[in-house]
Design a protein around this ligand. Structure first.
Ligand code: SF4
Ligand code: SF4
Length: 370
């Protein structure tokens, strides 16, 4: 059955702020009926890596928080720590980065909570019998929230062709162990040149997998792959950034795992999740980089749906119906696949097909212009 995907464009009406369109977009969901009074509602958003300017403006989150508060709900803004070492890899630097990127309480009017804790190891372990994975590590505070509204910036992505709602939920709501599970099939490795032998990885590893390397002039560590359980804790605590994720997972299993993770994240949110996707500033690559390239197409509009698959399918098709902008990274005509033009090796449809097969949603949709 076709799922409804609501759409507003970026043209203003009667000199009203674009932010008012968010209210229009959310009206069909009857928020005050959807969530019980005083429900803790997680607004999942990407606070942006420092230096990247393609992430969503905090004013959108602020307006959403205002709408939720008016409906007697308790919203909070949330994201999870990154797998790699960067400006969002633990809760302290993550919150600092969020504030520097404009997500201050004074701006957004809601508290910020890093959903997988100080070092990304606060999770709920979920068991689901899905084709690729059977166990999942979901950021605890997202899992425990009464409701979820995901604000997603739709853009290109080097591993999945595009990054949309499925990615925001599947990867973005996974704790570090879950992110490592999606990105890699082997234990992280120590770069021996960077290691200063401080021992922090051994201190924090739950299974004692880091081992001292015998001999040599300086003390250094290596990871015993047989012992490692892939929690990713050592990556976060190494002061040198010497412990490297082996980004070896191939695109197809990566996309399937991501879709399965989205199922796990949403497994206790039936009827209590809404997905909003901004098809705006469609940059070629992920917002996790400290840079962003010029968009590939014009700003198209904002989508909202209760179906994470339908909304991503609609966003892809809206982008692909456009011509690329002059000066963009790729050149393609209306109707041509912009994401295959960016990443010819990546079949982005895998994430949508797999998501549909495992019951996450439907690729058939009805676009409702509001
Ligand atoms: S990933 Fe986790 S289990 Fe493996 S070495 Fe690092 S801390 Fe230990
Ligand atoms: S935490 Fe990093 S620098 Fe310290 S011993 Fe482990 S790998 Fe080496």
């Amino acid at each position: 059955m076709a799922s409804k995907v609501y759409f507003v464009d970026f043209r203003i009406e009667n000199k009203k702020s674009l932010l008012d369109k968010l209210e229009k977009l959310l009206a069909p969901f009857e928020i005050s009926k959807k969530f019980r009074k005083d429900a803790l509602v997680a607004i999942k958003i990407h606070f942006g890596e420092l230096g990247n300017l393609a992430y969503l403006r905090p004013q959108w989150a602020a307006r959403l928080a205002q709408i939720l508060k008016k409906a007697d709900l308790k919203p909070f803004l949330t994201d999870t720590n990154t797998l790699y070492k960067g400006s969002r890899s633990d809760a302290v630097v993550h919150l600092e980065t969020a504030v520097r990127n404009g997500f201050d309480f004074a701006v957004v009017g809601a508290p910020l909570i890093i959903a997988d804790g100080l070092r990304g190891n606060t999770y709920e372990r979920i068991e689901l019998d899905l084709p690729v994975l059977k166990e999942f590590y979901v950021a605890k505070e997202i899992y425990r929230a009464d409701g979820l509204i995901a604000l997603t910036h739709f853009k290109g992505h080097e591993l999945s062709g595009f990054g949309g709602v499925i990615k925001n939920i599947g990867m973005g709501c996974a704790a570090r162990k879950g992110k490592l599970q999606q990105h890699s099939t082997i234990a992280p490795k120590v770069n021996k040149k960077q290691c200063i032998g401080c021992g922090s990885c051994l201190e924090y590893c739950p299974v004692g997998a880091p081992e001292w390397v015998e001999g040599g002039k300086k003390k250094r560590m290596r990871i015993n792959e047989k012992k490692c359980i892939g929690c990713g804790e050592c990556i976060a605590v190494c002061p040198q950034g010497a412990i490297k994720v082996q980004w070896n997972e191939q695109a197809i299993p990566f996309m399937k795992k991501m879709a399965e993770y989205a199922c796990a994240v949403l497994s206790n949110k039936a009827g209590r999740a809404i997905f909003i996707s901004f098809v705006q500033n469609v940059s070629p690559a992920c917002d996790c980089y400290h840079f962003n390239d010029y968009p590939i197409v014009r700003d198209i509009g904002i989508l909202a749906s209760e179906d994470p698959v339908a909304i991503d399918q609609a966003a892809v098709e809206l982008v692909n119906a456009e011509p690329t902008l002059p000066g963009a990274k790729v050149t393609a005509d209306p109707g041509e696949d912009k994401f295959r033009a960016l990443y010819p090796e990546i079949d982005w449809s895998v994430q949508l097909k797999h998501a549909e097969e495992i019951g996450l949603g439907s690729r058939e949709y009805e676009l409702v212009h509001l």
